[in-house]
Design a binder for this molecule. Structure first.
Ligand code: HEM
Length: 90
């Protein structure tokens, strides 16, 4: 069976800012993660981490700490794959 991962479009990602009772998601390297569980543990602080909430954080992340193994750290918080608008169904 295939992995039950969601296809996430930019507009879906945009709603996941961590506000209005929703979790904060970010996209890193084409994968979408729920970063809410990690917020209290981020060494750079919650406000810094939230700068990548609701959007593609790949560039920002890479500018700050490209050596950090986010794939390992966030594996249990993987939501799905980032896809183009309209590619979420089918
Ligand atoms: C530090 C993880 C996103 C800003 C760190 C460290 C880890 C980490 C493990 C410690 C690195 C070390 O000491 O070598 C993550 C993960 C992220 C993320 C998993 C994404 C999901 C961000 C973003 C920003 C940011 C988006 C800023 C916009 C910082 C800063 C530090 C830091 C400034 C340095 C803190 C210090 O040494 O005082 N992060 N980070 N991080 N992070 Fe992140």
């Amino acid at each position: 069976p295939g992995a039950p991962y969601l296809k996430v479009t930019p507009s879906m990602l945009k709603r996941q800012t961590g506000r209005r009772g929703k979790d904060a998601w970010t996209a890193l390297g084409g994968r979408v993660y729920n970063i809410s569980p990690y917020l209290p543990f981020h060494p750079g602080g919650e406000p810094e981490l939230l700068r990548c909430a609701g959007r593609d954080g790949t560039k920002l992340f890479g500018e700050i700490h490209p050596w950090v193994n986010y794939e390992g750290m966030l594996a249990s918080s993987l939501i799905g794959m980032l896809v183009e608008e309209g590619e979420e169904t089918g």
